[in-house]
Design a protein around this ligand. Structure first.
Ligand code: NAD
Ligand code: UDP
Length: 340
């Protein structure tokens, strides 16, 4: 028997598609809502094959009140998992208004339509970027917040907006999930991260170098105060991250305040640790050269995930080997992503 109907905005994207699988496996009925600005319909087809079930897919934009209104009129939605948004830091500096429109305005319209239809439970995709340059690691949820670019500011502002919404109406149930660095892919190797053009993020860049699409990884800085001088991050397997959303839904109806949770493993790996682990998992070389630091990067960022364990009964289970193996399976089976 199915549990509740969950609207998954941005559900055709990287994290959304992996979460869709776990939600269905956990017995939720889901509706995916996406404008396909950064996703392909093929990802949903492949999710359907994995779960052996048809998925309700609505093509629409969260900034479009009518698109959303139609969904809420047609389906009785219990809760929303809100992934939809733009996420590229560099692009956000070039097109700030587009980021504020998609991310902030989109979330405003979504919450307004939810309230009109008396659906007041939302799980929001926030990011570790809201910690700015943390004074120390591991990072706890109560650390000071700041933003250094429009993308980060959009996440920070949405978090604050959702707090204000709760203050205005405490019947809202709001969970803010701050993701660290999602990597890896579903174990089937049929869905995964499929960035447009040359990847900005480390893991897809390494994977595309290993498969021979790119020649050489530029390691952005080797003079940070870390164990080997290269930047340290908390890489988390996307399936573990997806599971955090299922755990959030499990508790959402019982929460009495806005819950803010780090989703990370608690372990930091450097760029060179990731290169070595990927070479081992793939059996391929990942040529690299040391390049200058990337503007805006910080030395170290990893989570204290203990609150997630306490409040969601969630913890990451997959290590760096599985992250690299699964990423490699996806990349080597789909060198051109969903297009291939
Ligand atoms: P993604 O780009 O793969 O997925 C986002 C999805 O939202 C895409 O399918 C896109 O087509 C859709 N979308 C964008 N704007 C929309 C709009 N206006 N209306 C409807 N659909 C829209 O990104 P992802 O990596 O799966 O990230 C999901 C969420 O998690 C984002 O909000 C992102 O900011 C956040 N996040 C991602 C990371 C990361 O490193 N991947 C880290 C922290 C937080
Ligand atoms: N990085 C790198 N070369 C790349 C991409 C990233 O050396 O081509 C480094 C980056 O400087 C950071 C780490 O890899 O230390 C993770 O970067 P990513 O962009 O994946 O995530 P974020 O910066 O958001 O943590």
């Amino acid at each position: 028997m199915s549990k509740h109907k969950i609207l998954v905005t941005g559900g055709a994207g990287y994290i959304g598609s992996h979460t869709a699988i776990l939600l269905i496996e956990a017995g939720y009925d889901i509706i995916i809502f996406d404008n396909f600005s950064n996703a392909s319909k093929e990802s949903i087809k492949r999710v359907e094959t994995i779960v052996n079930k048809d998925i309700i897919l609505i093509e629409g934009d969260i900034r479009n009140r009518n698109d959303l209104h139609n969904v809420f009129t047609h389906y009785c939605i219990d809760a929303v998992i809100h992934f939809a948004g733009l996420k590229a830091v560099g692009e956000s500096v070039e097109k700030p208004l587009s980021y504020y429109d998609n991310n902030i305005n989109g979330t405003i319209v979504l919450c307004e339509v939810m309230a009109e239809h008396n659906c007041k439970s939302i799980v929001f995709s926030s990011s570790a970027t809201v910690y700015g340059d943390p004074h120390t690691t591991p990072i706890k949820e109560n650390f000071p917040l700041s933003a250094t670019n429009p993308y980060g500011r959009s996440k920070l502002f949405i978090e604050e907006m959702l707090h204000d919404l709760y203050i205005s109406d405490s019947s809202w149930k709001i969970i803010l999930l701050r993701y660290f660095n999602p990597v890896g892919a579903h174990i089937s190797g049929t869905i995964g991260e499929d960035p447009n053009g040359i990847p900005n993020n480390l893991m897809p860049f390494i994977a595309q170098t290993a498969v021979g699409k790119l020649n050489c990884l530029s390691v952005f800085g080797d003079d940070y105060d870390t164990h080997d001088g290269t930047g340290v991050r908390d890489y988390i397997h996307v399936t573990d991250l997806a599971d955090g959303h299922v755990k959030a839904l499990d508790i959402i109806k019982d929460i009495k305040k806005v819950i803010t949770v780090n989703l990370g493993t608690g372990t930091g790996y450097s760029v060179l640790d990731m290169v070595k682990a990927f070479e081992k998992a793939s059996g391929k070389d990942v040529p690299y050269c040391i390049a200058p630091r990337r503007a805006g990067d910080i030395a170290k960022c990893f989570a204290d995930p203990s609150y997630a364990k306490e409040v969601l009964n969630w913890e990451a289970t997959k290590g760096i080997e599985e992250m690299c193996q699964d990423s490699w399976r996806w990349q080597s089976n789909n060198p051109n992503g969903y297009e291939g």
